[in-house]
Design a protein around this ligand. Structure first.
Ligand SMILES: [Zn+2]
Length: 190
C-alpha cells in the first residue's frame, strides 16, 4: 500500500494525539485496512507502556529508598539515645568512685565515656561531654557535701574534673579517628 510510509511517519504524533482531525481520520481509515501499520502502532504502544512501567518502578524505588533512610535515621536515633543514657550512667558511676579512691577504673571509664559522647554528639562532644561531666561532678560534689561524706573543696573538684576531661577527650579522639577511617574505607568500597 502506498500510504504506509506517510502513515508510519505520522504514527508517533497520532499516538500522542497531536495530529489534525483530518490526518486522524486518514490514519484510522488506513489502519482498518492495513495489518502492517496496525502492528507497528501496537508495538509502539507496548514500548510506551513498558517505558511508563519503568518510570513507575523508579518512583517506587525512590519511595523504598526514602523509607529505608527513615528507618536508618530511627535506628541511629535509638543508638544515640541508648549511648546517651549509658554515658550518663558511666559518669555517675565514675564520678562517685572519687569518694572511694578507686581511681584506676576511671582511667578506663572516662575514655569510654568519651567514645559514647562521640556517638551521641559527634565532634561537638569535645565541649558537650566536658560540660555534662562538669555539671554532673558539681551535682555529686554538692550532694556529697550536703551529706558530709567528704569535704570536696573547690581545688580538688577542679583538678579532678580537668583530669577526667583529658581522658574523655582521648576517648572522643579515638572514636572520631576510627569513625573517620572506617567511613573512608566504606566510601572507597563503593
Ligand atoms: Zn500501511
Amino acid at each position: 500500500m502506498k500510504n504506509c510510509n506517510i502513515v508510519q511517519d505520522l504514527l508517533t504524533l497520532y499516538q500522542e494525539d497531536m495530529v489534525s482531525e483530518e490526518s486522524k481520520t486518514f490514519i484510522q481509515e488506513h489502519l482498518e485496512e492495513c495489518e502492517m501499520c496496525k502492528k507497528t502502532l501496537e508495538n509502539m504502544q507496548k514500548t510506551t507502556s513498558i517505558a511508563e512501567d519503568c518510570v513507575l518502578s523508579s518512583t517506587q524505588k525512590a519511595e523504598v529508598r526514602s523509607l529505608q533512610k527513615l528507618q536508618e535515621k530511627l535506628k541511629k536515633g535509638q543508638v544515640r539515645f541508648i549511648s546517651l543514657l549509658l554515658m550518663l550512667g558511666c559518669m555517675l558511676l565514675g564520678l562517685s568512685f572519687v569518694f572511694q579512691e578507686n581511681l584506676f577504673f576511671n582511667a578506663l571509664l572516662m575514655p569510654f565515656i568519651g567514645i559514647l559522647g562521640y556517638v551521641v554528639f559527634r565532634w561537638t562532644a569535645l565541649y558537650m561531654t566536658p560540660l555534662i561531666l562538669t555539671f554532673a561532678n558539681l551535682i555529686i560534689n554538692i550532694l556529697a557535701n550536703l551529706q558530709s561524706i567528704e569535704m570536696a573543696d573547690f581545688y580538688s573538684f577542679a583538678v579532678w574534673t580537668g583530669i577526667f576531661i583529658i581522658f574523655v577527650w582521648m576517648g572522643i579522639l579515638i572514636a572520631g579517628l576510627l569513625h573517620f577511617a572506617f567511613g573512608k574505607e566504606k566510601r572507597s568500597e563503593k
